[in-house]
Design a protein around this ligand. Structure first.
Ligand SMILES: [Mg+2]
Length: 498
C-alpha cells in the first residue's frame, strides 16, 4: 500500500531514471557451471529450450513435433482401416484417442505429467526425473532434449498400455519405405563389399596396413554421411535432396570431407589400427537411424570384422519407436531378413540382388556366431543425457567400459553426449562430454554426427562457427556439415561407483 505524503496526497509513480548508469551489455558467459550445480534442468552451459525463438528447439517444439504426430495418427488410421476384429479395432481406437490427447498437451503447453506404468524398465527413470527436476514444467520451458524425448515416450505410452497394440511402431512403414527408395546407394555398396575383404597378393605388412587405412578412411565417411538420412528431419526434403545426401561415390566423399568441421579421423584410425594387437577388439555402435544408415553402419562393422581389426561388434538400439527413424529390434531383423529373402527393388539387376543377398547372409552368420550382438538397454530411451549415464545406468556404463571403442552415431546421441547446451563451438570435445570422458573406466568414444541442430563443439575456433552463421544461415540444421570427434577416456582405470 502506498503511504500518503506529508501534504496528504498519494505519491505519483516515480519513474526510475537510469541514464547515469552504464548501458546494458550482452552477457558473455565465460565458463561452464560448476559440476556440483549441474542437473538435468541446469546443464553446464545454458540449455536450448522451446521458447528460444532463435533455436531449432523452437521450430521443433512448435511445428515439427505436431507435424510428426499428425502423420503418426494418419498411419494408425490406415492400420485401423485394415482390421476386421472388433476388439482389436476398439483397442486401437483408444490408442488414437490417446495420441489426440498428446497432441492437445503438446499444442497447449500442458505440464509434463508422469508416464503411466506400462511395465517397461525405463518407467522409474522417467518418473524420478520428472519429479525431481521437471515438476511444473511443460514442453516449451523444459530443456529441449528432455521435452522432445518425453514426447516420444508419451507416444509409446499411447500403445504400450493397450491390450493388442503394445509393440505397434507408428513409424515402421516410413522406415521401410525410405530404405526401399535408397536403391542406388544400397547397391553401390553391396556390389563393392559382397566379396569378403582380401588383400592383393604380395603386399608387405606396411602396404597391407596402408590399404586397410584407405578403406577405413572412406568407409568412416560412408558411415558418417549415412547419418544424413534422418526421417524426423526430412519432412520438407525432396526425393532428389535425399538421394544427394546418400551419395557414396568417391568424388562426392572427397568434396564433402571439407564439410567435416571438427575432424579426428586420424586419431580414430590410430585407435582402430591398434585394436588388433592391443585389446582383443570389441567395438560398440550406439545406433541412430534404421534403414539406410543402419545398412551403412553394418557395411562398416563388416569391414572391421573382415579385416580382423575387431572381433566382436555390439549394436545398441532402442526398445521402441524413437525420434521417428531410430533403430528398434524389429528394424534390425527386418533389414537382415529383407536383404536375404526380400524383393524390394523392382528395377535391380540379378547381380545387384545377389550381392545384397550374400551380404545379408554373411551378416546373419555373424549374428549366429555371436560376432555381432544386438542390444537394447532401457536407458537409451530416457530423457537423461549421457552426463548421467554412469550414475543412472551403472550397469550400462560398466558394460561400455569394457569396449575398446564406442561409436556414437548421429545428432541425438551427440546432443546427449554434450548435454545439448550452448557451449562455445571451440569447447574441446572431451570437456563438452564431461563424465563420459572423465570418469574412471570411461571408454574411448567417437561421435560421428552430421550437424542437424544447435549444439556444435569441437571446432578449431569459435570463428569457424561465427563465419558460417554469417555466410551459410541454416548450416546447423541442413545436415551438410559434420563432425568426427574422439575422446580418449580413461579406459585403463577400473570403474568405481561411489
Ligand atoms: Mg534418429
Amino acid at each position: 500500500m502506498s503511504q500518503p505524503t506529508s501534504n496528504g496526497t498519494a505519491p505519483s509513480k516515480i519513474a526510475l531514471k537510469l541514464g547515469n548508469l552504464p548501458s546494458k551489455k550482452p552477457l558473455k558467459i565465460i565458463g561452464p557451471r560448476t559440476p556440483s550445480r549441474v542437473t538435468p534442468n541446469q546443464p553446464p552451459w545454458p540449455s536450448y529450450r522451446g521458447y528460444h525463438e532463435y533455436s531449432f528447439a523452437h521450430a521443433t517444439m512448435g511445428h515439427r513435433l505436431p507435424t510428426i504426430l499428425g502423420k503418426a495418427i494418419d498411419d494408425v488410421v490406415k492400420t485401423l482401416n485394415e482390421q476386421h476384429e472388433e476388439e482389436k479395432i476398439v483397442d486401437l481406437e483408444a490408442c488414437i484417442q490417446r495420441m489426440e490427447a498428446l497432441m492437445g498437451d503438446l499444442t497447449s503447453k500442458a505440464d509434463l505429467r508422469p508416464i503411466v506404468d506400462d511395465g517397461e524398465g525405463d518407467i522409474p527413470l522417467w518418473n524420478k526425473a520428472l519429479a525431481r527436476y521437471f515438476r511444473g514444467q511443460n514442453f516449451i520451458n523444459a530443456p529441449w532434449v528432455f521435452a522432445e524425448a518425453y514426447k516420444y515416450r508419451r507416444l509409446h505410452e499411447c500403445f504400450s498400455i493397450s491390450k493388442y497394440w503394445q509393440d505397434y511402431d507408428v513409424f515402421f512403414r516410413q522406415k521401410c519405405d525410405t530404405f526401399s527408395r535408397s536403391d542406388k546407394a544400397v547397391f553401390e555398396l553391396s556390389m563393392r563389399f559382397h566379396e569378403p575383404f582380401k588383400h592383393r597378393e604380395g603386399l608387405s605388412d606396411t602396404e597391407k596396413l596402408e590399404a586397410e587405412r584407405l578403406v577405413f578412411h572412406e568407409l568412416t565417411q560412408v558411415c558418417l554421411w549415412g547419418n544424413a538420412t534422418d526421417l524426423s528431419l526430412l519432412i520438407n526434403m525432396s526425393e532428389e535432396d535425399i538421394k544427394k545426401l546418400q551419395s557414396t561415390g568417391g568424388e562426392h566423399l572427397a568434396a564433402t570431407e571439407k564439410n567435416i568441421l571438427g575432424n579426428h579421423i586420424g586419431r580414430l584410425w590410430e585407435i582402430v589400427r591398434d585394436l588388433r594387437g592391443n585389446t582383443g577388439g570389441r567395438v560398440d555402435f550406439v545406433l541412430d537411424n534404421a534403414g539406410f544408415e543402419l545398412y551403412c553402419d553394418c557395411v562398416y562393422a563388416d569391414f572391421l570384422i573382415q579385416s580382423g581389426l575387431a572381433k566382436t561388434i555390439h549394436f545398441h538400439g532402442k526398445r521402441f519407436a524413437w525420434f521417428v527413424s531410430d533403430v528398434t529390434r524389429k528394424d534390425w531383423d527386418w533389414l537382415l531378413n529383407m536383404m536375404v529373402y526380400g524383393d524390394l527393388f523392382k528395377n535391380a539387376s540379378d547381380a545387384e540382388l545377389e550381392s545384397l543377398r550374400r551380404l545379408g547372409k554373411r551378416w546373419k552368420q555373424y549374428v549366429a556366431e555371436g560376432k555381432w550382438i544386438y542390444e537394447q538397454h532401457p536407458f537409451w530411451c530416457t530423457g537423461y543425457t549421457f552426463f548421467t549415464l554412469p550414475e543412472e545406468a551403472p550397469d550400462l556404463f560398466l558394460h561400455l567400459s569394457r569396449s575398446d571403442l564406442v561409436l556414437f552415431k548421429g545428432d541425438l546421441n551427440h546432443r546427449k553426449l554434450t548435454y545439448d547446451c550452448h557451449a562455445p563451438a571451440s569447447t574441446p570435445f572431451e570437456e563438452s562430454i564431461g563424465p563420459m570422458a572423465s570418469t574412471a573406466g570411461a571408454p574411448k568414444i567417437c561421435s560421428l554426427r552430421t550437424i542437424k541442430s544447435d549444439v556444435v563443439v569441437g571446432l578449431e575456433s569459435d570463428e569457424v562457427a561465427e563465419n558460417l552463421d554469417k555466410e551459410k544461415p541454416g548450416w546447423k540444421i541442413s545436415g551438410e556439415y559434420a563432425v568426427i570427434l574422439v575422446s580418449e577416456g580413461r579406459p585403463a582405470e577400473e570403474v568405481f561407483f561411489a
